[in-house]
Design a protein around this ligand. Structure first.
Ligand SMILES: NC(=O)c1ccc[n+]([C@@H]2O[C@H](COP(=O)([O-])OP(=O)(O)OC[C@H]3O[C@@H](n4cnc5c(N)ncnc54)[C@H](OP(=O)(O)O)[C@@H]3O)[C@@H](O)[C@H]2O)c1
Length: 320
């Protein structure tokens, strides 16, 4: 059902970035009764989607369910967007935004679901004609093949405004289950990137499940050093992290997600670019404003870059 809100926008959502997390939100919105249209990057991808039956295959422990969706491509001249979920990786966000911006009406809601740090805030500042929001989620999703979705944990999603126009507006998506307003989305993104920087590169480098880091002497020792450096950075930048230590929080995440493969490890295994530049790289960029050099984080960045340089073609390496 299409609802018309007091700000003149309807409840129709478009999703750009039809990967794991984009499909998860497409399903969530559909279950909540919201109209959703998927946007594929070009005609070839749209044809692939149509050949797959014009929908996504959702695989769960009870079996397989086919969920149909209307879809279009970025080339559609009639495309007009009032609410947009941008679900690309952090290194594709700016290009995806540039590719779609002409189709977005002034005042539209843009919700950014990517991980990483910095890229969201930059887009929030650049896209001042729109209400730009960041969403940070502990829910997960995987996609073993195009338009195939499996869920990985049903966590919480926090949402908050990234620019002035959004700050004066009603939060979108709060009708979805386990979606709440973030009291301070900037702090939420900061804490998330700090935890990701402790876990992701180490799991990818040593090829460990999250829980295995705790029992691997080298990996655990490196997580300790990385976390200590990020704590120092947080103090230098006056950006507080957690009431307890970052190491303790990272350990808890490793424990509660013990069987999970981090996204960076999955990227390594699937020979895809990781988001290292927008996680560890983003912290190093922030450190350049201080007198800290974060040597353990820097070493990890170099090691992951070296793996990607060996396994990916130069054009596939993310965020460079
Ligand atoms: N998956 C999770 O559990 C999870 C959880 C929390 C947060 N996140 C964050 O969510 C973001 C997305 O993750 P993901 O796992 O969903 O990644 P993903 O499966 O790789 O999906 C990204 C999608 O974006 C598409 N895309 C990239 N550039 C595009 C463009 N210019 N136009 C149209 N489509 C474009 C890609 O299409 P192509 O395949 O055609 O390149 C791909 O389908 C990441 O920042 C991740 O850290 C993920």
């Amino acid at each position: 059902m299409i609802t018309l809100y007091s700000n003149g926008l309807t409840s129709v959502w478009h999703i750009l970035g039809v990967g794991a997390i984009g499909m998860r939100w497409a399903r969530k919105l559909k279950l909540a009764g919201e109209p959703v249209t998927l946007i594929l990057r070009d005609e070839a991808k749209l044809r692939e989607f149509v050949s797959a039956g014009s929908g996504i295959r959702y695989l769960s422990h009870v079996g397989e369910e086919f969920i149909p969706f209307p879809a279009t491509s970025l080339n559609d001249p009639a495309l007009r967007i009032e609410n947009l979920l941008l679900c690309t990786k952090s290194y594709s966000l700016a290009a995806a935004y540039e590719a779609v911006v002409q189709k977005v009406v002034a005042g539209a809601n843009l919700v950014l679901l990517c991980n990483g740090y910095g890229v969201q805030q930059r887009l929030g500042a650049d896209a001042s004609a729109f209400r730009v929001w960041a969403a940070s989620t502990t829910s997960g999703a995987n996609s073993a093949a195009p338009f195939h979705l499996t869920l990985a944990g049903d966590g919480r999603t926090e949402l908050g405004p990234l620019n002035n126009l959004a700050k004066e507006s009603v939060h979108p998506l709060l009708n979805l289950p386990r979606h709440t307003k973030s009291a301070d989305i900037e702090a939420t993104l900061w804490r998330k990137v700090a935890v990701n920087a402790c876990i992701n590169p180490i799991t990818a480098l040593y090829e460990l499940k999250n829980g295995e880091v705790l029992n691997h002497p080298n990996a655990y020792e490196r997580m300790e050093s990385v976390a200590a450096e990020i704590e120092e950075l947080a103090i230098a930048l006056d950006k507080p992290l957690f009431e307890t230590s970052l190491l303790k929080v990272a350990e808890d995440v490793c424990r509660t997600t013990a069987e999970n493969l981090s996204s960076m490890l999955q990227d390594r295994q699937n020979r895809r670019a990781s988001e290292i530049e927008h996680i560890t790289g983003a912290l190093l960029e922030l450190a350049s404003e201080t007198n800290l050099t974060l040597p353990h984080n820097r070493q990890l960045l170099h090691e992951i870059r070296a793996i990607e340089a060996e396994t990916l073609s130069p054009s596939d390496i993310g965020g460079k």
